[in-house]
Design a protein around this ligand. Structure first.
Ligand code: GLU
Length: 511
Protein backbone atom coordinates (compact mmCIF):
# COMPACT_ATOMS: atom_id res chain seq x y z
CA UNK A 1 0.00 0.00 0.00
CA UNK A 2 1.26 3.49 -0.85
CA UNK A 3 2.08 5.55 2.19
CA UNK A 4 0.14 8.73 2.84
CA UNK A 5 2.29 11.65 1.75
CA UNK A 6 3.38 13.68 4.76
CA UNK A 7 6.12 16.24 4.38
CA UNK A 8 7.53 18.82 6.70
CA UNK A 9 9.36 22.09 6.61
CA UNK A 10 11.68 22.07 9.61
CA UNK A 11 13.34 25.46 10.05
CA UNK A 12 15.65 26.34 12.89
CA UNK A 13 14.82 29.76 14.38
CA UNK A 14 18.36 31.05 14.02
CA UNK A 15 17.56 34.15 11.98
CA UNK A 16 15.44 35.27 9.05
CA UNK A 17 14.43 32.73 6.46
CA UNK A 18 16.49 33.03 3.30
CA UNK A 19 14.57 32.59 0.03
CA UNK A 20 16.35 29.24 -0.41
CA UNK A 21 14.51 28.13 2.72
CA UNK A 22 11.26 29.58 1.43
CA UNK A 23 11.72 27.59 -1.77
CA UNK A 24 12.20 24.42 0.32
CA UNK A 25 8.94 25.17 2.12
CA UNK A 26 7.20 25.85 -1.20
CA UNK A 27 8.34 22.60 -2.83
CA UNK A 28 7.21 20.65 0.23
CA UNK A 29 3.85 22.41 0.13
CA UNK A 30 3.38 21.79 -3.61
CA UNK A 31 4.38 18.17 -3.26
CA UNK A 32 1.96 17.58 -0.39
CA UNK A 33 -0.97 19.17 -2.18
CA UNK A 34 -0.17 17.43 -5.44
CA UNK A 35 -0.41 14.08 -3.68
CA UNK A 36 -3.34 14.97 -1.45
CA UNK A 37 -1.04 14.73 1.55
CA UNK A 38 -0.11 16.82 4.58
CA UNK A 39 2.36 19.64 4.88
CA UNK A 40 3.52 20.31 8.41
CA UNK A 41 5.80 22.84 10.08
CA UNK A 42 8.16 21.72 12.80
CA UNK A 43 10.49 24.12 14.53
CA UNK A 44 13.92 22.63 15.18
CA UNK A 45 15.21 24.64 18.09
CA UNK A 46 17.37 22.13 19.93
CA UNK A 47 20.45 24.31 19.63
CA UNK A 48 19.48 26.98 22.12
CA UNK A 49 22.77 28.81 21.66
CA UNK A 50 21.71 29.75 18.14
CA UNK A 51 18.18 30.82 19.06
CA UNK A 52 17.30 34.28 17.73
CA UNK A 53 14.26 36.03 19.15
CA UNK A 54 11.61 36.82 16.57
CA UNK A 55 12.95 34.36 13.99
CA UNK A 56 10.13 31.84 14.42
CA UNK A 57 7.45 34.53 14.12
CA UNK A 58 9.26 35.89 11.07
CA UNK A 59 9.25 32.49 9.38
CA UNK A 60 5.55 31.94 9.98
CA UNK A 61 4.62 35.44 8.86
CA UNK A 62 6.63 34.95 5.66
CA UNK A 63 4.97 31.64 4.84
CA UNK A 64 1.52 33.08 5.51
CA UNK A 65 2.21 36.09 3.32
CA UNK A 66 3.11 33.74 0.47
CA UNK A 67 0.16 31.42 1.02
CA UNK A 68 2.39 28.45 1.89
CA UNK A 69 0.01 27.17 4.53
CA UNK A 70 0.54 24.10 6.65
CA UNK A 71 -2.14 21.75 7.91
CA UNK A 72 -0.34 21.01 11.17
CA UNK A 73 2.35 22.67 13.16
CA UNK A 74 3.74 25.89 14.50
CA UNK A 75 1.78 28.90 13.36
CA UNK A 76 -0.98 26.87 11.73
CA UNK A 77 -2.67 25.10 14.62
CA UNK A 78 -1.67 21.92 16.35
CA UNK A 79 -2.38 18.50 14.94
CA UNK A 80 -2.16 14.96 16.29
CA UNK A 81 1.62 15.12 16.76
CA UNK A 82 1.83 18.20 18.98
CA UNK A 83 3.99 19.75 20.22
CA UNK A 84 5.75 20.77 17.00
CA UNK A 85 8.57 22.72 18.62
CA UNK A 86 11.48 20.40 19.45
CA UNK A 87 12.39 22.22 22.66
CA UNK A 88 8.90 21.32 23.90
CA UNK A 89 9.40 17.70 22.84
CA UNK A 90 12.57 17.41 24.92
CA UNK A 91 11.33 14.67 27.31
CA UNK A 92 10.49 12.38 24.38
CA UNK A 93 13.99 11.91 23.05
CA UNK A 94 15.72 10.27 26.02
CA UNK A 95 13.99 6.91 25.60
CA UNK A 96 15.20 6.70 22.01
CA UNK A 97 18.76 7.47 22.88
CA UNK A 98 18.59 4.87 25.68
CA UNK A 99 17.32 2.34 23.15
CA UNK A 100 20.46 2.87 21.08
CA UNK A 101 22.78 2.75 24.09
CA UNK A 102 21.19 -0.48 25.34
CA UNK A 103 21.61 -2.04 21.91
CA UNK A 104 25.29 -1.01 21.82
CA UNK A 105 24.64 1.37 18.92
CA UNK A 106 25.49 4.52 20.82
CA UNK A 107 27.77 5.26 23.74
CA UNK A 108 28.50 7.82 26.43
CA UNK A 109 31.53 10.01 25.87
CA UNK A 110 33.01 12.05 28.71
CA UNK A 111 35.87 13.73 26.89
CA UNK A 112 36.66 17.25 27.95
CA UNK A 113 37.12 20.01 25.41
CA UNK A 114 40.85 19.78 26.08
CA UNK A 115 40.97 16.03 25.41
CA UNK A 116 39.12 16.52 22.15
CA UNK A 117 41.50 19.28 21.13
CA UNK A 118 44.52 17.08 21.96
CA UNK A 119 43.11 14.28 19.83
CA UNK A 120 42.62 16.68 16.91
CA UNK A 121 46.12 18.06 17.19
CA UNK A 122 47.66 14.59 17.47
CA UNK A 123 45.89 13.33 14.39
CA UNK A 124 46.45 16.45 12.36
CA UNK A 125 50.17 16.32 13.18
CA UNK A 126 50.16 12.90 11.50
CA UNK A 127 48.14 14.17 8.56
CA UNK A 128 45.16 12.11 9.57
CA UNK A 129 41.66 13.48 9.16
CA UNK A 130 40.82 14.43 12.74
CA UNK A 131 37.50 12.95 13.71
CA UNK A 132 35.89 10.95 16.44
CA UNK A 133 35.38 7.62 14.66
CA UNK A 134 35.85 3.85 14.84
CA UNK A 135 39.62 4.27 15.36
CA UNK A 136 39.78 7.27 17.65
CA UNK A 137 36.92 6.22 19.91
CA UNK A 138 39.16 3.41 21.20
CA UNK A 139 41.55 5.87 22.78
CA UNK A 140 39.06 8.39 24.17
CA UNK A 141 37.18 8.67 27.47
CA UNK A 142 33.92 6.90 26.78
CA UNK A 143 31.77 3.96 27.75
CA UNK A 144 33.62 1.76 25.25
CA UNK A 145 37.01 2.31 26.88
CA UNK A 146 36.02 2.84 30.52
CA UNK A 147 35.02 -0.01 32.87
CA UNK A 148 31.27 -0.32 33.33
CA UNK A 149 31.27 0.70 36.99
CA UNK A 150 33.30 3.80 36.17
CA UNK A 151 30.70 4.78 33.59
CA UNK A 152 27.96 4.24 36.18
CA UNK A 153 29.88 6.25 38.75
CA UNK A 154 30.34 9.16 36.36
CA UNK A 155 26.68 9.16 35.38
CA UNK A 156 25.53 8.93 39.02
CA UNK A 157 27.91 11.74 39.83
CA UNK A 158 26.24 13.96 37.22
CA UNK A 159 29.38 14.32 35.09
CA UNK A 160 28.89 16.10 31.79
CA UNK A 161 28.64 13.73 28.86
CA UNK A 162 27.43 13.42 25.32
CA UNK A 163 25.98 10.37 23.64
CA UNK A 164 27.64 9.53 20.36
CA UNK A 165 26.39 7.31 17.58
CA UNK A 166 28.62 4.27 17.13
CA UNK A 167 29.14 4.23 13.39
CA UNK A 168 29.64 0.82 11.88
CA UNK A 169 33.19 0.75 10.52
CA UNK A 170 33.88 0.58 6.83
CA UNK A 171 30.32 0.10 5.70
CA UNK A 172 28.98 1.39 2.39
CA UNK A 173 25.75 3.32 3.00
CA UNK A 174 23.54 3.53 -0.07
CA UNK A 175 20.69 5.94 -0.24
CA UNK A 176 18.34 6.79 -3.00
CA UNK A 177 17.72 10.47 -3.51
CA UNK A 178 14.61 11.31 -5.53
CA UNK A 179 16.51 14.05 -7.37
CA UNK A 180 20.07 12.75 -7.49
CA UNK A 181 19.56 9.02 -7.81
CA UNK A 182 21.76 6.66 -5.81
CA UNK A 183 24.25 8.21 -3.44
CA UNK A 184 26.81 6.05 -1.73
CA UNK A 185 29.06 6.96 1.20
CA UNK A 186 31.47 4.82 3.18
CA UNK A 187 31.19 5.17 6.95
CA UNK A 188 34.93 5.76 7.22
CA UNK A 189 34.23 9.20 5.76
CA UNK A 190 31.83 9.98 8.61
CA UNK A 191 32.26 10.48 12.36
CA UNK A 192 30.49 9.37 15.52
CA UNK A 193 28.05 12.26 15.68
CA UNK A 194 26.77 13.55 18.98
CA UNK A 195 23.12 12.59 19.37
CA UNK A 196 22.34 13.77 22.86
CA UNK A 197 23.80 15.90 25.64
CA UNK A 198 23.75 15.54 29.39
CA UNK A 199 21.44 18.57 29.68
CA UNK A 200 18.78 16.31 28.16
CA UNK A 201 18.72 18.02 24.79
CA UNK A 202 19.01 15.95 21.64
CA UNK A 203 21.08 17.29 18.75
CA UNK A 204 19.64 18.02 15.34
CA UNK A 205 20.35 14.55 13.93
CA UNK A 206 18.58 12.59 16.65
CA UNK A 207 15.62 14.94 17.02
CA UNK A 208 15.19 15.20 13.27
CA UNK A 209 15.08 11.43 12.70
CA UNK A 210 12.95 10.64 15.75
CA UNK A 211 10.46 13.34 14.85
CA UNK A 212 10.25 12.38 11.20
CA UNK A 213 9.52 8.85 12.36
CA UNK A 214 6.96 9.85 15.00
CA UNK A 215 5.28 12.34 12.70
CA UNK A 216 5.09 9.70 9.96
CA UNK A 217 6.97 11.77 7.44
CA UNK A 218 6.99 10.04 4.05
CA UNK A 219 9.37 12.35 2.15
CA UNK A 220 12.18 14.53 3.41
CA UNK A 221 12.55 17.39 0.94
CA UNK A 222 15.30 19.77 2.01
CA UNK A 223 18.30 21.77 0.85
CA UNK A 224 21.41 20.21 -0.61
CA UNK A 225 23.42 21.28 2.44
CA UNK A 226 21.78 18.39 4.30
CA UNK A 227 22.87 15.71 1.84
CA UNK A 228 26.05 14.93 3.83
CA UNK A 229 23.86 14.20 6.88
CA UNK A 230 21.57 11.84 5.00
CA UNK A 231 23.76 8.69 5.31
CA UNK A 232 23.85 9.15 9.08
CA UNK A 233 20.08 9.52 9.08
CA UNK A 234 19.74 6.29 7.10
CA UNK A 235 21.99 4.54 9.63
CA UNK A 236 19.88 5.89 12.47
CA UNK A 237 16.69 4.50 10.89
CA UNK A 238 18.45 1.15 10.65
CA UNK A 239 19.74 1.31 14.20
CA UNK A 240 16.23 1.95 15.49
CA UNK A 241 14.79 -0.81 13.32
CA UNK A 242 12.60 1.72 11.51
CA UNK A 243 13.74 1.00 7.98
CA UNK A 244 10.24 0.23 6.77
CA UNK A 245 9.19 3.70 7.87
CA UNK A 246 12.20 5.49 6.47
CA UNK A 247 11.13 8.50 4.40
CA UNK A 248 12.27 9.02 0.84
CA UNK A 249 14.89 11.74 0.49
CA UNK A 250 15.05 14.62 -1.98
CA UNK A 251 17.84 17.19 -1.70
CA UNK A 252 17.13 20.42 -3.56
CA UNK A 253 19.81 22.25 -5.56
CA UNK A 254 21.52 25.32 -4.13
CA UNK A 255 20.46 28.82 -5.07
CA UNK A 256 23.44 30.50 -6.70
CA UNK A 257 24.51 34.12 -7.01
CA UNK A 258 23.45 35.87 -10.24
CA UNK A 259 27.03 35.49 -11.51
CA UNK A 260 26.72 31.78 -10.83
CA UNK A 261 29.78 31.56 -8.57
CA UNK A 262 28.75 30.34 -5.18
CA UNK A 263 25.75 30.19 -2.95
CA UNK A 264 23.36 33.14 -2.80
CA UNK A 265 24.15 34.70 0.56
CA UNK A 266 22.26 37.08 2.76
CA UNK A 267 24.66 39.88 1.84
CA UNK A 268 24.20 39.44 -1.93
CA UNK A 269 20.74 40.93 -2.00
CA UNK A 270 21.57 44.31 -0.59
CA UNK A 271 24.89 44.31 -2.47
CA UNK A 272 23.19 43.70 -5.82
CA UNK A 273 19.93 45.49 -5.19
CA UNK A 274 17.41 42.70 -4.79
CA UNK A 275 15.96 41.04 -1.70
CA UNK A 276 17.03 37.58 -0.56
CA UNK A 277 14.47 37.48 2.23
CA UNK A 278 10.71 37.19 1.91
CA UNK A 279 9.90 40.10 4.23
CA UNK A 280 12.01 42.74 5.96
CA UNK A 281 14.12 41.54 8.87
CA UNK A 282 15.59 43.79 11.49
CA UNK A 283 18.53 42.14 13.20
CA UNK A 284 17.64 42.26 16.90
CA UNK A 285 21.28 42.77 17.90
CA UNK A 286 22.57 45.26 15.37
CA UNK A 287 19.23 46.78 14.22
CA UNK A 288 20.52 46.27 10.67
CA UNK A 289 17.69 45.94 8.15
CA UNK A 290 17.71 43.15 5.58
CA UNK A 291 15.19 43.92 2.88
CA UNK A 292 12.36 41.63 1.94
CA UNK A 293 10.29 41.03 -1.16
CA UNK A 294 7.10 42.24 0.47
CA UNK A 295 8.49 45.65 1.35
CA UNK A 296 10.30 45.90 -1.99
CA UNK A 297 6.92 45.93 -3.71
CA UNK A 298 6.61 42.33 -4.88
CA UNK A 299 3.27 40.54 -4.96
CA UNK A 300 3.26 37.22 -3.08
CA UNK A 301 1.97 35.36 -6.15
CA UNK A 302 4.94 36.62 -8.17
CA UNK A 303 7.40 35.54 -5.47
CA UNK A 304 5.86 32.07 -5.35
CA UNK A 305 6.06 31.81 -9.13
CA UNK A 306 9.67 32.97 -9.36
CA UNK A 307 10.78 30.72 -6.51
CA UNK A 308 9.06 27.73 -8.08
CA UNK A 309 11.23 28.26 -11.16
CA UNK A 310 14.47 28.35 -9.18
CA UNK A 311 15.38 24.69 -9.54
CA UNK A 312 12.25 23.35 -11.20
CA UNK A 313 10.65 23.78 -14.61
CA UNK A 314 7.38 22.48 -16.02
CA UNK A 315 8.94 21.17 -19.24
CA UNK A 316 6.77 23.55 -21.31
CA UNK A 317 7.04 27.21 -22.29
CA UNK A 318 4.50 28.33 -19.73
CA UNK A 319 6.08 30.64 -17.18
CA UNK A 320 3.16 32.14 -15.28
CA UNK A 321 1.57 29.77 -12.83
CA UNK A 322 -0.94 30.30 -10.06
CA UNK A 323 -0.40 28.29 -6.90
CA UNK A 324 -3.05 25.80 -8.01
CA UNK A 325 -1.40 25.41 -11.40
CA UNK A 326 1.95 24.85 -9.71
CA UNK A 327 0.38 22.15 -7.57
CA UNK A 328 -0.84 20.42 -10.72
CA UNK A 329 2.43 20.76 -12.61
CA UNK A 330 4.95 20.13 -9.85
CA UNK A 331 7.00 16.95 -9.61
CA UNK A 332 10.33 16.08 -8.02
CA UNK A 333 11.43 14.49 -11.31
CA UNK A 334 11.54 17.94 -12.85
CA UNK A 335 13.70 19.41 -10.08
CA UNK A 336 17.24 19.86 -11.35
CA UNK A 337 20.37 18.51 -9.71
CA UNK A 338 22.51 21.52 -10.51
CA UNK A 339 22.40 24.84 -8.70
CA UNK A 340 19.82 27.41 -9.77
CA UNK A 341 21.19 30.82 -10.62
CA UNK A 342 19.17 33.71 -9.22
CA UNK A 343 18.32 36.23 -11.94
CA UNK A 344 17.15 39.58 -10.52
CA UNK A 345 15.85 40.75 -13.91
CA UNK A 346 13.71 37.67 -14.23
CA UNK A 347 12.40 38.24 -10.72
CA UNK A 348 11.39 41.77 -11.71
CA UNK A 349 9.79 40.46 -14.90
CA UNK A 350 7.63 38.05 -12.91
CA UNK A 351 6.43 40.87 -10.70
CA UNK A 352 5.66 43.13 -13.67
CA UNK A 353 3.57 40.38 -15.19
CA UNK A 354 1.60 39.89 -12.00
CA UNK A 355 0.96 43.59 -11.50
CA UNK A 356 -0.12 43.95 -15.11
CA UNK A 357 -2.64 41.14 -14.76
CA UNK A 358 -3.97 42.34 -11.45
CA UNK A 359 -7.61 43.48 -11.38
CA UNK A 360 -7.80 47.20 -10.53
CA UNK A 361 -9.61 46.26 -7.31
CA UNK A 362 -6.62 44.18 -6.23
CA UNK A 363 -4.15 46.97 -6.90
CA UNK A 364 -6.41 49.39 -5.03
CA UNK A 365 -5.13 48.62 -1.48
CA UNK A 366 -1.58 49.45 -2.60
CA UNK A 367 -2.78 52.67 -4.22
CA UNK A 368 -4.70 53.57 -1.06
CA UNK A 369 -1.63 52.85 1.05
CA UNK A 370 0.56 55.01 -1.21
CA UNK A 371 -1.70 58.04 -1.01
CA UNK A 372 -2.35 57.51 2.69
CA UNK A 373 1.38 57.87 3.29
CA UNK A 374 1.08 61.29 1.67
CA UNK A 375 -1.94 62.21 3.78
CA UNK A 376 -4.23 62.37 0.75
CA UNK A 377 -6.47 59.42 1.43
CA UNK A 378 -9.50 61.53 2.37
CA UNK A 379 -9.41 63.53 -0.84
CA UNK A 380 -10.04 60.98 -3.58
CA UNK A 381 -12.93 58.68 -4.30
CA UNK A 382 -12.50 54.96 -4.76
CA UNK A 383 -13.65 55.35 -8.35
CA UNK A 384 -10.85 57.84 -9.02
CA UNK A 385 -8.27 55.55 -7.41
CA UNK A 386 -9.47 52.59 -9.44
CA UNK A 387 -9.03 54.58 -12.63
CA UNK A 388 -5.50 55.49 -11.54
CA UNK A 389 -4.81 51.78 -10.93
CA UNK A 390 -6.01 50.93 -14.41
CA UNK A 391 -3.77 53.58 -15.98
CA UNK A 392 -0.53 52.74 -14.18
CA UNK A 393 -0.47 48.98 -13.86
CA UNK A 394 1.18 48.58 -17.26
CA UNK A 395 3.90 50.98 -16.21
CA UNK A 396 5.10 49.88 -12.80
CA UNK A 397 7.25 46.91 -11.82
CA UNK A 398 6.75 47.10 -8.07
CA UNK A 399 3.83 48.19 -5.92
CA UNK A 400 6.05 50.59 -4.02
CA UNK A 401 6.66 52.54 -7.22
CA UNK A 402 3.03 53.65 -7.33
CA UNK A 403 3.49 57.11 -5.88
CA UNK A 404 6.50 57.98 -8.01
CA UNK A 405 4.69 56.92 -11.13
CA UNK A 406 1.42 58.67 -10.55
CA UNK A 407 1.75 61.43 -7.97
CA UNK A 408 0.46 63.79 -10.68
CA UNK A 409 -2.99 62.24 -10.46
CA UNK A 410 -3.20 63.59 -6.94
CA UNK A 411 -1.06 66.70 -6.73
CA UNK A 412 -0.35 69.56 -9.12
CA UNK A 413 3.25 69.22 -10.33
CA UNK A 414 5.56 72.02 -9.31
CA UNK A 415 8.67 70.82 -11.06
CA UNK A 416 9.06 70.01 -14.74
CA UNK A 417 11.41 67.75 -16.68
CA UNK A 418 13.94 70.34 -17.75
CA UNK A 419 15.37 68.51 -20.71
CA UNK A 420 11.96 68.37 -22.39
CA UNK A 421 11.18 71.99 -21.61
CA UNK A 422 14.53 73.14 -23.04
CA UNK A 423 14.02 71.15 -26.19
CA UNK A 424 10.36 71.87 -26.88
CA UNK A 425 9.41 75.26 -25.44
CA UNK A 426 9.46 78.09 -27.96
CA UNK A 427 7.76 81.41 -28.71
CA UNK A 428 4.75 79.78 -30.30
CA UNK A 429 3.89 77.72 -27.23
CA UNK A 430 2.19 80.40 -25.05
CA UNK A 431 -0.34 81.16 -27.76
CA UNK A 432 -0.95 77.50 -28.35
CA UNK A 433 -1.63 76.98 -24.65
CA UNK A 434 -4.08 79.87 -24.54
CA UNK A 435 -5.95 78.50 -27.56
CA UNK A 436 -5.91 75.07 -26.02
CA UNK A 437 -7.44 76.32 -22.80
CA UNK A 438 -10.15 78.10 -24.74
CA UNK A 439 -10.92 75.01 -26.79
CA UNK A 440 -11.04 72.87 -23.64
CA UNK A 441 -13.36 75.36 -21.93
CA UNK A 442 -15.94 74.96 -24.68
CA UNK A 443 -16.08 71.15 -24.55
CA UNK A 444 -19.54 69.90 -23.59
CA UNK A 445 -18.01 66.82 -21.98
CA UNK A 446 -14.47 66.57 -20.64
CA UNK A 447 -13.66 63.14 -22.10
CA UNK A 448 -10.36 61.89 -23.53
CA UNK A 449 -11.45 61.75 -27.18
CA UNK A 450 -12.98 65.24 -26.99
CA UNK A 451 -9.84 66.54 -25.25
CA UNK A 452 -7.71 65.07 -28.01
CA UNK A 453 -9.96 66.78 -30.56
CA UNK A 454 -9.54 70.18 -28.88
CA UNK A 455 -5.80 69.59 -28.67
CA UNK A 456 -5.53 68.84 -32.40
CA UNK A 457 -7.63 71.87 -33.22
CA UNK A 458 -5.34 74.17 -31.21
CA UNK A 459 -2.25 72.63 -32.82
CA UNK A 460 -3.63 73.14 -36.33
CA UNK A 461 -4.57 76.73 -35.59
CA UNK A 462 -1.00 77.46 -34.44
CA UNK A 463 0.61 75.41 -37.20
CA UNK A 464 2.48 73.21 -34.77
CA UNK A 465 2.99 69.51 -35.35
CA UNK A 466 1.85 67.00 -32.73
CA UNK A 467 5.28 65.44 -32.55
CA UNK A 468 6.78 68.78 -31.50
CA UNK A 469 4.38 69.33 -28.65
CA UNK A 470 3.01 66.08 -27.25
CA UNK A 471 5.89 65.42 -24.89
CA UNK A 472 5.93 69.01 -23.69
CA UNK A 473 2.19 68.82 -23.05
CA UNK A 474 2.83 65.69 -21.00
CA UNK A 475 5.42 67.54 -18.93
CA UNK A 476 3.02 70.45 -18.48
CA UNK A 477 0.29 68.17 -17.16
CA UNK A 478 2.40 65.70 -15.16
CA UNK A 479 5.86 67.21 -14.65
CA UNK A 480 7.52 64.08 -16.07
CA UNK A 481 8.31 62.75 -19.50
CA UNK A 482 6.79 59.27 -19.38
CA UNK A 483 3.50 57.78 -18.28
CA UNK A 484 0.15 56.43 -19.39
CA UNK A 485 -2.13 57.86 -22.09
CA UNK A 486 -2.08 61.64 -21.77
CA UNK A 487 -5.66 62.44 -22.73
CA UNK A 488 -6.91 59.89 -20.25
CA UNK A 489 -4.84 61.55 -17.56
CA UNK A 490 -6.46 64.89 -18.47
CA UNK A 491 -9.90 63.32 -18.29
CA UNK A 492 -9.11 61.85 -14.91
CA UNK A 493 -7.83 65.02 -13.30
CA UNK A 494 -10.77 66.93 -14.83
CA UNK A 495 -11.19 70.29 -16.50
CA UNK A 496 -10.43 72.72 -13.66
CA UNK A 497 -7.17 70.94 -12.80
CA UNK A 498 -6.11 70.61 -16.46
CA UNK A 499 -6.79 74.32 -16.95
CA UNK A 500 -4.83 75.16 -13.81
CA UNK A 501 -1.83 73.11 -14.94
CA UNK A 502 -1.79 74.79 -18.35
CA UNK A 503 -1.96 78.21 -16.66
CA UNK A 504 0.84 77.21 -14.27
CA UNK A 505 3.03 76.31 -17.22
CA UNK A 506 2.36 79.67 -18.80
CA UNK A 507 3.57 81.38 -15.64
CA UNK A 508 6.43 79.09 -14.66
CA UNK A 509 7.88 78.08 -18.02
CA UNK A 510 7.37 81.19 -20.09
CA UNK A 511 10.64 83.03 -19.54
N1 GLU B 1 16.48 22.26 10.94
C1 GLU B 1 17.07 22.02 9.66
C2 GLU B 1 17.24 23.37 8.97
O1 GLU B 1 17.30 24.33 9.64
C3 GLU B 1 16.20 21.10 8.86
C4 GLU B 1 16.90 20.17 7.94
C5 GLU B 1 15.94 19.09 7.48
O2 GLU B 1 14.96 19.46 6.81
O3 GLU B 1 16.14 17.95 7.82
O4 GLU B 1 17.32 23.51 7.80
Amino acid sequence: MERRVRVRFAPSPTGPLHIGGVRTALYNYLFARKHGGDFIIRVEDTDQTRFVPGAEEYIIESLKWLGINAVEGIGFGDGPHAPYRQSERKPMYKQYVMQLIDAGKAYYAFDTAEELENMRERLMANNIDAKYDAQTRESMTNSITLPEDEVKRRLANGDTYVVRFKLPSNEEVQLHDEIRGWVSVNTHELDDKVLFKSDGMPTYHLANVVDDYLMQISHVIRGEEWLPSAPLHVLLYRAFGWEAMMPKFAHLPLLLKPEGNGKLSKRDGDRLGFPVFPINWIDPKTQEIYSGYREAGYLPEAVVNLLAFLGWNPGTNQELFTMDELVQAFSLERVSKSGAKFDPNKAKWFNQQYIRHLANENLLPFMQEAIKLKGLDQTFSEEFLLMACGLIKEKISFTNEIWNYCSYFFITPNTYDDSVVKKRWNDKIPNLLKDLNEALASLPEFKSTAIEGAYNEALAKNEILGKDFLQLFRVILTGVAGGPMLFEIAEMIGYPETKLRIENALIKLNN
